[in-house]
Design a protein around this ligand. Structure first.
Ligand code: ATP
Ligand code: MG
Length: 447
């Protein structure tokens, strides 16, 4: 293919560049994805116009990365990044170019890019392809290859190793042998890279169609032990009995299943980390079977530490850790209604779906066989019927509040909270009690 079909929006933008005597090329991921016949998320443009000039050409331009020659044009409700042709200066620390200088041609600009598949441009508005590093051939072969010598390019920016593995998971491509060898020979190049950049790539791996592709490459290249040692320690931890696989393979299968089903980030992360407490709790019982009592608590603790280290937000951490801690729930129909209500109160009604999704992923990963559709169905039905009878799970659902109690003569103060919580416990045991009269009566008996 020598040309791509250029969307009308980009033609309009190109005509504005042209009216100022400047060129514009679609570059990077958008061209790669169009050539693969995939939807592309966002457009990146490369141009010979310097940022200050672009800011004068369009009414709404945000200087998003002006130090690196990047601005974002807001045009007809779209955001389009435009980067001035550049070559990166000398890299001093394997993290970021020490300086950026502008390049004269698109070919020069493409030569600073990481992989051949990302170093293809399409001239606007016509769509003629510029492909000096034979990226198209690599896309056809599904190969990720560095522009230039892999070892040199990884030395410039250690994040490129993880980017390569991220693309492998996203696109289903393989690493070229030279690139793989360069990462294997020097995985520590990732160490000086900022945690924020590592997290962004790790997030994209988790969001990809098959996270295990990158994670297995990471294990092979020893990036896993550097970035996620808790997970790498799960290799070889056998759990024969219920399981077919060791803990690491089980975790990868669970995460892939969650991705395959389109579950959210928290469920995918929980699927990957739910058993990382197993190496630390493994004990051989007297029948020769490994047990992992309390592993869900250790897994939750380790997951919290690991996600904090990667600077996940408090909300992301709380949601994932909660799922990990609760993943061992069980149910039999001998449960009384109050036991079911206590379970819902502990897990939170809003998290039930995620927890059951996690159970499906966990269950799949024990054998590699799709679990039956009825998995947990009896428990879910039971929860629905118990919820129908009563939804009092938190203080706000109680038929009385603190004011009511004070009005009824119960002394204000710390004691009041204890009374309210005890009333809630009583209502969880017996929802019939959840009316004003009965609750005030009980409260009076207590004080
Ligand atoms: P996506 O946006 O779908 O994740 P992308 O290829 O657009 O994929 P970006 O991270 O948005 O990836 O980067 C845009 C382009 O900038 C890349 O295609 C590549 O050409 C170049 N690029 C990005 N990061 C680097 C890097 N660390 N080293 C060299 N070139 C890079
Ligand atoms: Mg992009």
């Amino acid at each position: 293919m020598n040309r791509i079909v250029v969307p009308p929006l980009l033609k309009e933008i190109a005509s504005i560049f042209a009216s100022h005597g400047r060129g514009a090329f679609l570059a990077g991921g958008a061209v790669r994805d169009m050539l693969r016949g995939a939807r592309c998320a966002d457009y990146d443009i490369a141009s010979d116009a310097p940022p200050e000039e672009i800011m004068r050409m369009f009414p709404a331009v945000i200087p998003t990365g002006i130090k690196h020659g990047t601005v974002t044009i807001r045009y007809k409700k779209h955001s389009i990044e435009v980067t001035t042709f550049r070559h990166d200066g000398v890299y001093h620390d394997g993290r970021r170019p020490g300086s950026v200088s502008y390049a004269a041609t698109i070919e020069e600009d493409l030569s600073r890019r990481d992989f051949t598949m990302n170093a293809i441009a399409a001239e606007l508005p016509g769509g003629r392809i510029v492909d000096p590093f034979e990226g198209r051939a690599d896309i056809v072969k599904k190969i990720i290859r560095c522009v230039g010598r892999a070892a040199d390019r990884l030395n410039e920016d250690g994040l490129r190793s993880l980017r390569a593995l991220r693309f492998a998971s996203q696109l289903g491509f393989e690493l070229d042998a030279e690139l793989l060898r360069a990462i294997e020979e020097n995985p520590a190049m990732i160490l000086p890279v900022s945690v924020e950049r590592v997290k962004m790539e790790f997030d994209k791996i988790i969001a990809s169609a098959k996270p295990s592709t990158a994670l297995l490459y990471m294990e092979k290249c020893r990036l896993l032990e550097m970035i996620l040692p808790e997970l790498s320690r799960c290799r070889g931890v056998e759990q024969k009995g219920y399981h077919r696989f060791d803990v690491l393979t089980h975790s990868l299968l669970a995460c892939d299943y969650a991705a395959h089903r389109g579950y959210g980030q928290n469920v995918r992360l929980a699927a990957l980390f739910h058993d990382i407490g197993k190496p630390g709790t493994a004990k051989l019982d007297n029948t020769g079977i490994w047990t992992f009592h309390g592993h869900e608590r250790l897994s939750a603790e380790l997951t919290r530490a690991l996600l904090s280290r990667l600077r996940y937000s408090n909300a992301e951490i709380a949601s994932t850790v909660h799922l990990v801690r609760e993943h061992m729930f069980h149910y039999t129909d001998s449960f009384g209604d109050s036991a079911v209500r206590r379970f819902v109160r502990r897990v939170g009604e809003e998290n039930l779906r995620d927890l059951f999704d996690l159970r499906r992923a966990d269950s799949f990963a024990m054998t590699g066989v799709e679990p039956p559709l009825e998995l947990c169905l009896d428990f879910r039905d039971r929860i629905a019927s118990v919820l129908e009878k009563s939804r009092a799970f938190s203080l706000k659902d109680l038929a009385v509040n603190g004011h009511d109690l004070i009005e009824a003569g119960i002394p204000a103060g710390k004691h009041l909270g204890i009374v309210l919580n005890s009333l809630l416990e009583a209502v969880i045991d017996d929802p019939e009690l959840n009316n004003r009269e009965k609750l005030l009566q009980i409260a009076h008996q207590w004080v």
